[in-house]
Design a protein around this ligand. Structure first.
Ligand SMILES: *Cc1c(COP(=O)(O)O)cnc(C)c1O
Length: 365
């Protein structure tokens, strides 16, 4: 079976570096908030072009802590995308705020900036765009709109490590941004892990307290915090992979462009690139009215495919009641036609050709 993502091949490619990093952690016996977490925070901040980076236990926690540290809470509203993983909206609910879903752009699958204004109310405190599948949202316009409206911009970068707009990294446009290092993400560790970045010294200081029981000085607690630390093993792995992230993302783009070129003549909508943002293809996601037939044929040929995401958030059981009557036609149409193909840096050209041949046979067969 050709998998959606191949973590084993990548591990073997980096085995010497990773095994050495892990062995050093074992020898040091410094397991929590030690030298690897500190070094990774510095290296990630430098890579992303932000002044502060704070490791935490997951991408979900990164978004939760970012909202808390930004002062979003009970009774507030946060405008976000309905076409994302549930964690985006969960984080908003954790702080007592309400997610307000705005329809997406049919080409980028990201928040439609033109529709945000009409969703604003006096309770709106922030906009949380998601750079879905590695495609940067329209950050220059989001930045302009949020500052003109007095709203905070907090980015969900769980799928966009290394993506950029006008040469500037996603995650560096807002007050804060959350990253996930779930194993299958573009920059993934070997367990759970996350990172919050921020442009504000004050927010960074709150984040460091919040992730560690509300404490800056050991056994002195200023606020109720959490146990949400990035651990030393994961940080050691991430330090190795960070050195290769540009190569990984380049290779993902090579795979994506090969798919798109080979399918250019087929009746499918392949991923869009606007020429300003650099898409890092966490997923290669396309649209077809014949999705079910294509996915069945791929399955038959031992090729994985997947639907991200089959049910938009406003139609999920958990949000159905509060979203009663909300119609988001672009999101609903995309969710019915989207499907994703295998993509990972090591995916070979011959395999891409094999996958495309199966799709071609369905559409032109
Ligand atoms: C993966 C993901 C998250 C959550 O990250 P975890 O590390 O799994 O908690 C949040 N938002 C989006 C868009 C994601 O893809």
């Amino acid at each position: 079976m050709i998998p959606m993502v191949d973590l084993k091949t990548q591990y073997h490619r980096l085995k010497d570096e990773i095994d050495l990093g892990l062995a050093e952690v074992l020898e040091s016996c410094a397991f929590i908030l030690g030298p690897n977490v500190r070094a990774f925070e510095t290296e990630a901040a430098e890579y992303l072009g932000v002044p502060h980076a704070v490791g935490c236990a997951s991408g979900t926690d990164a978004l939760h802590l970012a909202l808390l540290a930004a002062g979003i809470g009970e009774g507030d509203e946060v405008i976000t995308s309905p076409f994302t993983f549930i964690a985006t909206a969960e984080a908003i609910r954790y702080v007592g705020a309400r997610p307000v879903f705005v329809d997406i752009d049919p080409k980028t699958f990201n928040l439609d900036v033109d529709q945000i204004q009409k969703a604003m109310t006096p309770k709106t405190k922030a906009i949380m765009p998601v750079h879905l599948f590695g495609q940067p949202a329209d950050l220059p316009r989001l930045q302009e709109l949020s500052s003109a409206s007095g709203l905070l911009l907090i980015e969900d970068c769980a799928q966009s490590f290394g993506a950029s707009v006008n040469g500037r990294q996603t995650g560096s446009f807002g007050l804060a941004a959350g990253y996930s290092f779930f194993p299958s993400k573009n920059l993934g560790c070997y367990g759970d892990g996350g990172l919050v970045v921020t442009s504000s010294e004050e927010v960074a200081q709150r984040l460091r307290m919040l992730r560690n029981h509300g404490s800056e000085v050991r056994y002195y607690h200023d606020v109720i915090g959490y146990n949400s630390r990035l651990d030393e093993f994961q940080a050691a792995i991430l330090r190795v992979k960070l050195r290769h992230i540009d190569a990984f993302n380049r290779e993902r783009r090579r795979v994506a462009h090969a798919y798109s070129e080979q399918m250019a003549d087929l009746p499918l909508e392949t991923p869009y690139e606007d020429g300003i943002g650099v898409h890092v293809y966490h997923q290669y996601t396309l649209l077809s009215d014949r999705r079910e037939a294509i996915m069945a044929a791929l399955q038959e040929a031992s090729i994985s495919s997947a639907i991200y995401y089959p049910v938009p958030l406003h139609q999920q059981k958990v949000f159905k009641a509060e979203c009663e009557g909300l119609s988001l036609p672009v999101t609903e149409s995309v969710a019915q036609r989207c499907f994703s193909l295998p993509i990972y840096p090591e995916l070979e050209h011959e395999t891409i050709e094999r996958i495309v041949a199966v799709i071609r046979a369905v559409l032109h067969g």
